[in-house]
Write a protein that binds this ligand. Structure first.
Ligand code: ATP
Length: 571
């Protein structure tokens, strides 16, 4: 298929301000895409060239892309830079330059999806000395074949700035409509997506083998599984109602969740809560797991905690310093870590997703050789609420967030916030409302002291059923001066010209600046109230919201959902 066919879709999507229209455009298009191109087309609609967990990094800077535009268009770099100054956008610059390109005597042929795939993946594999030049040449070869509009989107894909407003779930919905004729079948796609969060694999399987093919998708070591989440309750008594009889309680550690995969070749791969590959950040953890987890092949989950020399747990903020690309060796020594293993999803060729937790615990305890850097979660198994409360107190003394209460019979519900896990945090016991993880989707210019920057941010929750973002509050309190200075810079990369298609906002909440849903912040609020101005669960808002911290470990679709806010409001 020619890349220009996808370019037409990009042009349409760019003008669309509604999620439903976006799904219509995409599903109509997917029907026409040949099977061999459907996986790549699915990634490309998200502005990616592979699934996120594969971390296919092109490693091309804006300067290099401008150079490639200059070569492909036969225009001096100086002229390209001048156009860039005027347009402020690499994509528009590429389009303008290539519109003026003189026709070659021998036509170079049209850029196809397959050719684009080959070129971009070749770029990903190049590294070391001389690789920048080779990468530039490859990009030039793609640009020479592209149409001017094609070049506009191609350069944005390369720089990771293509923002069509679609998310994984938009693609999943559109695939369901395109290949099964009914959005209702989305459920089947979602089930497969939870154990294989890769839109390319889902698209290809559906296009080639239909819904039956999707049922056969299995857990695969090296490909992350969507993580299971916990429900919350308001009173202790509710815990016993939801999980009657004997239950397991573990510490709810305030660290970073990790899903570790070990292949039969002995390689350990670490995935974050966002399902990104974070192996390079924790080579020490990889080694501990290789040494202390006795199994040929596994998928386990653990909470990573920073520890001091004596092995005492340190706050989350300390661990955050390990989130870095440079000076890793230095920080391994400065901030040692400990993994508290609490789940096993796969062991030596067998999936454990459908096994009851009591069985999974047995295996965890069997394979983890406990040590300072790799151990299992503290756990009690009891039917006695007093013991549960004592355990909760112990965890608070250890400065943990609280406890996780787990059904011993419960299976691992990938990607689901089900009742097999219930969280109980110290905030609940102090009668404070829980925090919310909200997505910043807009901003309002500041006045007075905040003149020249943003005065407040428009925040949204995720509506998982509709795949939309619904506004829930304006946030302006609790931000430190540092955060007020750094947040706008962070948000700048996600600025868009109009309200993104998946954002649902009332006209009273018309922001001065809109952002693609991307940045997640944790917010504490005093109350949930009804509001005619916000769209969360058809009119709920947070009162007196206060910024707590950035949640870089969460994707926009992992924010608090409108359903959760509705539940909390009713409670
Ligand atoms: P929160 O903001 O409360 O951490 P969340 O949306 O990130 O919420 P929840 O489902 O509410 O996730 O809580 C589960 C999180 O708690 C996990 O993602 C994990 O990082 C952390 N956690 C800490 N200890 C445990 C444990 N023993 N078992 C499961 N998860 C744990």
């Amino acid at each position: 298929m020619e890349f220009d066919k996808l370019v037409d879709v990009y042009e349409e999507l760019e003008k669309t301000a509604s999620g439903n229209q976006m799904r219509e455009i995409l599903s109509d298009f997917f029907k026409k895409v040949p099977k061999e191109d459907i996986a790549l087309v699915s990634y490309l609609t998200l502005g990616q060239i592979a699934s996120e967990y594969e971390s296919a990094v092109l490693g091309l800077a804006e300067k290099t892309v401008l150079k490639a535009i200059s070569s492909a268009g036969g225009v001096s770099l100086k002229k390209v830079q001048e156009i860039m100054q005027k347009t402020g956008d690499v994509g528009l610059t590429a389009e303008k330059v290539l519109q003026k390109k003189p026709q070659t005597l021998i036509p170079l042929g049209k850029l196809t999806i397959q050719c684009l795939y080959d070129i971009l993946h070749k770029i990903v594999t190049l590294s070391g000395t001389g690789s920048q030049d080779k990468k530039t040449q490859l990009l030039v070869s793609a640009l020479q074949k592209a149409s001017p509009q094609g070049a506009k989107y191609l350069t944005r894909i390369v720089l990771g700035t293509l923002r069509m407003g679609a998310g994984d779930m938009t693609v999943i919905d559109s695939l369901a409509i395109a290949f099964t004729g009914d959005k209702k079948n989305k459920e089947h796609l979602e089930r497969a997506y939870n154990i294989c969060p890769d839109v390319g694999v889902i698209a290809e399987t559906l296009a080639t083998h239909g819904l039956k093919g999707l049922e056969k998708i299995q857990v695969r070591v090296g490909r992350p599984i969507k993580m299971m989440l916990a429900q919350r309750v308001k009173e202790w008594e509710e815990v016993v109602k939801k999980i009657p009889g004997t239950l397991a309680a573990e510490g709810k550690y305030d660290g970073e969740r990790v899903q570790a995969h070990k292949t039969t070749e002995g390689k350990v791969i670490l995935f974050s809560r966002r399902l990104e590959n974070i192996t390079d950040q924790f080579p020490d953890l990889v080694e501990y797991m290789q040494k202390q987890i006795n199994a040929k092949e596994f998928i386990i989950e653990a909470e990573i905690l920073a520890i001091d020399k004596e092995g005492k747990h340190l706050p989350f903020q300390t661990l955050m310093q390990r989130r870095r690309k440079h000076d890793i060796e230095e920080y391994i020594k400065k901030i040692p870590v400990q993994a508290k293993v609490f789940e096993i999803l796969y062991l030596n060729g067998k999936s454990f997703l459908n096994e009851p937790y009591k069985k999974r615990i047995d295996h965890i305890e069997k394979i983890v050789h406990k040590g300072k850097h790799c151990t299992t979660a503290d756990r009690i198994i009891t039917d006695n609420i007093t013991k549960l409360k004592t355990f909760f107190g112990e965890m608070l003394e250890d400065k943990q967030e609280g406890i996780m209460i787990k059904s011993l019979e419960g299976t691992y519900q990938a990607g689901t916030r089900g009742w097999n896990w219930i969280k109980w945090k110290k905030d609940y016991s102090q009668d404070m409302i829980d925090t919310f993880d909200l997505v910043i989707i807009g901003a309002f210019y500041g006045r007075g002291k905040r003149h020249g920057t943003y005065g407040a941010f428009l925040c949204a929750v995720y509506n998982a059923k509709e795949d939309t973002f619904e506004t829930v509050c304006k946030l302006g309190t609790g931000l430190t001066d540092d955060m007020l200075a750094s947040l706008p810079i962070k948000l700048d990369a996600y600025k868009v010209k109009m309200k993104p298609g998946r954002v649902v906002a009332k006209k009273e909440m018309e922001a001065d600046v809109w952002f693609t849903p991307q940045i997640v912040v944790e917010v504490l609020a005093a109350e949930i109230t009804k509001s005619p101005f916000h769209t969360c669960a058809s009119g709920l808002a947070l009162r007196f919201p206060r910024f707590v911290r950035l949640r870089d470990d969460k994707k926009a679709e992992q924010a608090t959902t409108s359903e959760e806010v509705q539940d909390m409001f009713e409670k």
